[in-house]
Design a protein around this ligand. Structure first.
Ligand SMILES: Cc1cc2nc3c(=O)[nH]c(=O)nc-3n(C[C@H](O)[C@H](O)[C@H](O)COP(=O)(O)O)c2cc1C
Length: 334
């Protein structure tokens, strides 16, 4: 692989690591470390931050690392340079998920817009307005997902939406019946505004003590119940509008490389819709519970592998969430 001898490369890679830190991750666990080696940036998975109950295979951990990788790629592109990239340079079992170098000058027309969208993107768990997302935007999102080696299904038919709503509620009930799952959620949610990781009370809807009853009576899509302390700041919304735009991101295989690619695709889709003024929030319960995952594939006749469901729409603003400090996640190894 040819890398230009270039004194500006180190600065571009450092900035790429800073932009990668802003990526979304499951429960805001930020399961990554960035190693700068002079002419390369390595992205390492930090398996100490894996969610053992919810994500024992580390699938969502690698999707999260894929989101960070996409941010780093966009930052290099926005600097007007070609990102040179090896995924899993030491093999798929390794914690080094990618190595990046700065290549030759090149123009990437969307890169500055997408780079700016990094700061505007959030998980917005409010109910979305009942206005349709334009089909031209959905087609664009499908195109960018395909360019990242994945498939983005638009869940349009009422019978498909009904399957998703039912399986999502079923997965939520199964997970909430497990004390270990609730304990894990408890560890990763917080109302401490100084905590640099975990899901903040400011970004989840109020649920309170009637969660069980509320979930069972709703006809819409249930949002994961993070509000285990009854301190959610957003308006109570136990389910979202049944008309919301739903997109299902799938991969062709079900292995670590596909999970990483799913994260890259997710983030390119998410930044693109952000740049168009839309919000999104992922829903993964029906995919992480084995029985609902299998039912989903069977009932929707999917030949590919579902990785993540995304709600897309318009809603009022939500605050950005915190990240760990660069000094805690960026290592320089010259
Ligand atoms: C792989 C993955 C799975 C996620 N699953 C859910 C989910 O099931 N429910 C949810 O409300 N948010 C989910 N999220 C959103 C994260 O909680 C969110 O990205 C994180 O708390 C950081 O917040 P931000 O996206 O606003 O920066 C998921 C994010 C990722 C990357």
């Amino acid at each position: 692989m040819s890398v230009l001898a270039d004194p500006s490369a180190a600065g571009i890679l450092h900035r790429a690591a800073l932009r990668a830190i802003r990526a979304p991750s499951i429960h805001n666990t930020q399961p990554w470390r960035f190693v700068l080696t002079g002419d390369a940036l390595e992205i390492h998975a930090d398996r100490n931050r894996r969610l053992d109950v919810l994500d024992p295979r580390g699938r969502q951990l690698l999707i999260s690392c894929g989101c960070a990788l996409l941010h780093a790629r966009i930052a290099i592109e926005a600097a007007g340079r070609k990102p040179l990239l090896l995924r899993f340079p030491d093999g798929r079992g390794s914690d080094v998920v990618a190595s990046l170098w700065v290549g030759s000058p090149q123009r990437y027309p969307d890169s500055v817009t997408l780079e700016t969208a990094i700061d505007d993107r959030r998980t917005n768990r409010r109910a979305f307005a009942a206005e349709p997302v334009p089909t031209s935007l959905i087609s664009e999102l499908q195109r960018v997902a395909a360019a990242e080696g994945t498939v983005l299904h638009h869940i349009e038919k009422p019978e498909q939406r009904a399957v998703i709503i039912r399986l999502n509620a079923q997965a939520d009930r199964i997970e909430r019946a497990d004390p270990a799952y609730l304990e894990e959620i408890h560890c990763w949610t917080t109302d401490d505004l100084r905590r640099p990781d975990g899901v903040q009370a400011a970004s989840v809807p109020y649920v309170g003590p009637d969660a069980e009853q509320a979930t069972d009576q709703t006809a819409g899509l249930v949002i994961r119940g993070f509000d285990v302390r009854g301190m959610g700041w957003l308006p109570a919304a136990n389910s979202t509008e049944s008309t919301e735009c739903l997109l299902l991101l799938c991969t062709r295989q079900d292995d670590p490389l596909d999970w990483l690619r799913a994260g890259e695709a997710l983030e390119r889709v998410w930044l693109t819709l952000t740049a168009h003024g839309y919000w999104a929030s992922p829903l993964t319960q029906l995919i992480e519970v084995r029985s609902t995952h299998e039912q989903l594939r069977t009932e929707l006749h999917l030949t590919d592998h579902p990785e993540l469901l995304l709600r897309v729409g318009r809603a009022p603003y939500v605050e950005p969430t915190r990240r760990r400090a660069p000094a805690d996640v960026i290592v320089e190894r010259n």
